[in-house]
Ligand binder design. Structure first.
Ligand code: MN
Ligand code: MN
Length: 415
């Protein structure tokens, strides 16, 4: 079968089950080359049916699991998870939920937290073993942090802004304005839990009063009303002006590099009518030495080009729109999963992948990497920068056609 008709068969197989019977014989030669052939296109109606039991509300959310592309093959660890199915810990002042490696086995390099703080709501002063990277998705937040040299930082962040706190640096977060804030956190360690952080109130409550008095140089009575249980998230009072808070901590000096970053104001790494990719890694967001991030916006029908990352796993938080991602590994293995807002995707280092916007609205996700710098390798860039005769012999493609391949690393390709 020549290439055009193969493509025709694929289009038919995707578009219409009525076409299935007529194309089955041809379809076996397309896509999954293993025997026996797989995929709905290679079945009859009875073989495709799924009488149940099932929860259609849930299963209908995952068309690529219900009927995988016939090119999918082999087994692969689940690379889909979601904050939508993670229980919230709700307290006065806000809530948080998390997906760590304990819940999502593939998520070895990083774990994720989704948190909401009411206006004035405070995530208690604390620190932890892992570094923390944050992206604001709603509202506004005041962040405080201290470095080991005694430089203190107080900053306000809004939608699209980032923060980064190196491991062990003590910090706090507080919702601002009339609607507080919501954000996603990534820890640079898959086992790090938001429930396993070192809390100010815990340490104070579990230190003898006479030591507190000596340590802080004040009478013991000063500590007579301390909370005996930790606060974690609690309702506080809205803070005053930013400049006033900054002045109050200025005596230790200013940090050499900011702990916050305006990702939305960066020059795009990739930009065309099909989408945009913006980056923040340690080359621009200098304190972010263990986390690199890309926020990717893809228009309906467009595809984030086939690529991989040689230096790190990719953890994704889906912000808006919907799409599907196919991941490729040695084996061969190839699996496709569907994603919606609040979902989490994960691609191991060096595994090939692409993402297609399958909805009617703009798709956006943030990709987070445990690495000091962002790196990607584009499949089309590789094939157009390898001697053409060599590539032509691998793929049995006419070199004249190979010469037409996209060779500009566009990032996102049009529908
Ligand atoms: Mn933290
Ligand atoms: Mn990627």
């Amino acid at each position: 079968m020549e290439p055009l008709s193969r493509r025709h068969v694929l289009a038919l197989s995707a578009a219409s089950s009525a076409a299935v019977a007529a194309t089955t014989a041809h379809a076996a030669t397309f896509g999954n080359p293993d025997r026996p052939a797989e995929g709905a296109v290679n079945t009859n109606a009875a073989a495709r049916s799924d009488p149940g039991p099932k929860n259609s509300i849930l299963s209908d959310q995952f068309p690529s699991a219900q009927s995988p592309p016939p090119t999918d093959v082999g087994d692969m660890p689940l690379f889909w998870s979601s904050f939508n199915i993670a229980p919230k810990r709700m307290q006065g002042g806000g809530w948080a939920r998390q997906v760590t490696q304990a819940d999502f086995a593939i998520s070895e390099a990083v774990s994720g937290v989704n948190m909401r703080l009411a206006p004035g709501g405070i995530r208690e002063l604390h620190w932890h073993l892992a570094a923390e990277w944050g992206l604001m998705t709603n509202g506004a937040c005041r962040v405080t942090v201290l470095d080991p040299q005694g430089h203190a930082s107080v900053q306000d962040v809004g939608v699209g802004d980032l923060w980064y706190f190196p491991a062990g640096f003590p910090h706090s977060l507080q919702g601002l304005g009339s609607d507080g804030c919501e954000f996603v956190l990534v820890f640079d360690e898959g086992k790090q839990s938001e429930y396993n952080t070192l809390l100010l109130t815990d340490w104070i409550a579990h230190t003898p009063p006479e030591i507190l008095a000596l340590n802080f140089g004040v009478p013991q009575e000063v500590f007579k009303s301390i909370p005996l249980n930790d606060l974690w998230i609690f309702q506080g009072k809205a803070p005053g002006a930013l400049a006033k808070d900054q002045a109050a901590v200025a005596s230790g000096g200013t940090p050499p590099n900011p702990f916050t970053f305006k990702l939305g104001e960066t020059q795009p790494f990739k930009h065309n009518r099909s989408g945009t990719v913006r980056l923040a890694d340690s080359s621009t967001f200098k304190v972010s030495k263990t986390i690199a991030a890309a926020i990717e916006t893809i228009q309906p029908g467009a595809v984030r080009e086939m690529h991989w990352h040689p230096n790190a796993d990719e953890w994704q938080y889906w912000i808006k729109g919907e799409g599907r991602m196919t991941v490729f590994d040695a084996g061969p293995r190839s699996k496709t999963a569907d994603f919606k807002p609040g979902d989490i995707g994960y691609v191991k280092k060096n595994q090939g992948h692409f993402v297609q916007n399958t909805g009617t609205t703009e798709l956006q996700f943030v990709a987070v990497f445990k690495a000091p710098e962002y790196q990607e390798i584009s499949l089309s860039d590789w094939l157009t920068h390898t001697p053409p005769a060599l590539v032509a012999q691998h793929l049995n493609i006419d070199p004249a056609e190979l010469a037409k391949f996209i060779n500009s690393r566009p990032g996102i390709v049009p529908a």
